[in-house]
Design a binder for this molecule. Structure first.
Ligand code: ZN
Length: 279
């Protein structure tokens, strides 16, 4: 592919915007579950809590330049920050080149939301409704007006299917295993994915996410489980409807796997759709 001047500039801009949003994702994923304000104070070290100078906060470069350590106290900067920055930068670049601009923007918004959800679910075993509920609405609007590959019908079906299908899976799991395997947070997450990507996206995310999750879950169990879980595991006998949906927690966070699968579909929807529909 040859890049002309405007495309090259746009691609560079997309990369920079992606990296900056990646940085913001780290801030939101850290502050949202702690109920801290997203806008103030400005970025601080998670260890020594001192404010980070602007130049030590430049996405991607600062992490590399400081070799992943806090400038002031030397504590390791969580690698996930770097990972979110670099992957969203590459994602934005790819989407800019592969999709018309409105479509690319809609897909990028979903990818950023998926990152926030994945980090929070990994850390806390919960998926914030604050992201997924508005996400379903935004997804439906985006699919209707910005994503011709999806459209409003598929989006609507995706929301219903995403919510319904996973809820049913969780119901079956609980019936068979007698305990909570799928949190309601995952249900809303799949609803958001359905809103953006339509019903084929829901199927892909659920099945591919389950496969990756099964592999990851084994690795997770062998590795001794998550780092921190002050998690009161949901009482299997209780009705999920009665519990506060936002504090329902599952044994292995399923969200990161669903998010990864949804991310793959977001980027490669045209190829995947044509491949599995044989068109
Ligand atoms: Zn520090």
């Amino acid at each position: 592919m040859t890049l002309d001047m405007p495309t090259g500039l746009g691609a560079t801009l997309a990369f920079l915007v992606g990296a900056s949003v990646g940085s913001l994702v780290g801030v939101i994923a850290y502050r949202l579950p702690r109920e801290l304000s997203i806008v103030s104070p400005r970025s601080f070290c998670e260890s020594c809590e001192r404010a980070i100078p602007w130049w030590a906060n430049i996405p991607i470069l600062a992490y590399l330049g400081l070799r992943g350590r806090c400038l002031m106290c030397g504590a390791p900067i969580p690698f996930r920050h770097f990972l979110a920055e670099i992957s969203l930068a590459i994602t934005a670049l790819f989407l800019f080149l592969a999709f018309p601009l409105p479509d690319a923007i809609a897909r990028f918004v979903l990818c950023a939301a998926l990152w926030v959800v994945a980090i929070i679910d990994y850390d806390w075993r919960l998926i914030p409704n604050l992201i997924t509920w508005p996400g379903m609405v935004v997804g439906f609007l985006a699919a209707s007006f910005m994503m011709p590959e999806v459209g409003w019908k598929s989006s609507m079906l995706g929301i219903l299917l995403g919510g319904g299908l996973l809820y049913f899976t969780g119901f079956l799991y609980q019936l068979v295993r007698g305990r909570e395997g799928v949190g309601l947070g995952d249900v809303w997450l799949l609803g958001m994915v359905g809103g953006f990507l339509g019903w084929p996206g829901v199927f892909f995310t659920l099945f591919v996410g389950s496969v990756i999750g099964a592999i990851g879950g084994i690795a997770f169990a062998l590795g001794g489980g998550a780092n921190n879980s002050p998690a009161p595991v949901a009482d299997p006998a209780s009705d999920p409807e009665e519990a506060d949906v936002s504090i329902l927690r599952t044994e292995v966070p399923f969200g990161p796997f669903l998010a990864l699968a949804a991310g793959i579909f977001t980027l490669f929807q045209p190829q995947l759709t044509h491949w599995y529909l044989g068109a």
